[in-house]
Design a protein around this ligand. Structure first.
Ligand SMILES: NC(=O)c1ccc[n+]([C@@H]2O[C@H](COP(=O)([O-])OP(=O)(O)OC[C@H]3O[C@@H](n4cnc5c(N)ncnc54)[C@H](O)[C@@H]3O)[C@@H](O)[C@H]2O)c1
Length: 273
């Protein structure tokens, strides 16, 4: 059990990647608070892990709700060792030219509010508890934190901001609290869009097909949340990753390994060329 005794708080843990992280953490011995806005999602994850997982309903954009999630964790588990900031929304690749004048302010506020302020407020709420436990923070980034076209203008800016947040917090919180990230590529989830762009009912899983993924990346398949969770377990396990801070693990099918003339060179290996 790599996380025996670990007390974790996962934002956005009621669905998709966050839910898979919760399941993997519990399987490794952790107790987990899930902080999410989805009541049905919270009911499902707490029912799946009775006595091990508690749910806190709220919006990650509100400091008071983040503080409530931390307070409930301390009350239930008598401490907090790992914060996973993960709740996020996508912009369905909306480009600047296609952001309507009358929606751009609200769209910016909503995407930055969830994807950046949500992480900042979770860190703010959890910081002193993590100093006390000499714990760590892990934030979900994205290939969009490093490369264009994994989202539109707002999503890409928000995930680049998450990278900056990780690096600055790693500096500010050292040596007591480690701060790291995981940058996944595409994941088959229910990832939603901003209400400000009328995208709140869109689900990434409806558009992210195996065909859409084929041919774009060196590793050529449609991943599920479980393909990424081991990286979170590694970063949460102080005995394994204790020297890592300010680190971001990119697991994205090979964005950094795409060729200039071809996506991948290894196709030729089958022919012995
Ligand atoms: N799905 C992908 O292809 C992909 C790729 C790279 C990175 N990511 C990142 O992974 C993270 C998780 O996304 P996912 O794909 O699992 O999506 P998801 O929609 O399945 O899960 C996101 C969870 O966050 C919650 N949430 C959203 N806004 C919230 C708010 N304001 N307050 C509280 N909870 C809120 C949702 O209720 C949901 O349970 C996000 O940060 C996303 O940017 C996703």
């Amino acid at each position: 059990m790599r996380l025996a005794g670990v007390r974790a708080l996962v934002t956005g843990g009621a669905s998709g990647l966050g839910r898979a992280v919760v399941d993997h953490f519990v399987a490794e011995g952790a107790r987990v608070t899930v902080f999410d806005r989805s009541e049905p999602g919270l009911a499902a994850v707490t029912a799946a892990h009775p006595g091990t997982v508690i749910g806190v309903q709220g919006d990650v954009r509100e400091l008071a709700a983040n503080r409530r999630a931390v307070a409930d964790t301390l009350a239930a588990f008598d401490g907090l060792d790992v914060l996973v900031g993960n709740a996020g929304i996508w912009d369905y690749n909306r480009s600047l030219v296609n952001l309507p004048d009358d929606k751009i302010d609200a769209a910016f506020d909503e995407i930055m509010g969830v994807n950046v302020k949500g992480y900042l407020l979770a860190a703010k709420a959890a910081l002193l508890a993590l100093v006390a436990s000499e714990g760590s923070m892990i934030f979900t980034v994205s290939n969009a934190g490093f490369y264009p076209d994994g989202g539109g203008t707002l999503y890409t800016a928000s995930k680049h901001a998450a990278v900056g947040l990780i690096r600055q917090l790693a500096f500010e919180c050292a040596p007591k609290v480690r701060v790291n990230g995981v940058a996944p590529g595409a994941i088959n989830t229910d990832l939603r869009g901003p209400a400000a762009l009328d995208m709140q009912d869109r689900s990434l899983g409806d558009v992210l097909t195996k065909d859409a993924m084929t041919g774009n990346l060196p590793i050529d398949r449609l991943p599920n949340p479980e393909d990424y969770t081991a990286a979170f377990v590694f970063l949460a396990a102080a005995g394994e990753s204790g020297h890592a801070t300010g680190s971001i693990i990119n697991i994205d099918g090979g964005f950094a390994a795409r060729g200039v003339s071809r996506v991948r060179g290894g196709d030729a290996l089958a022919n012995g060329d």
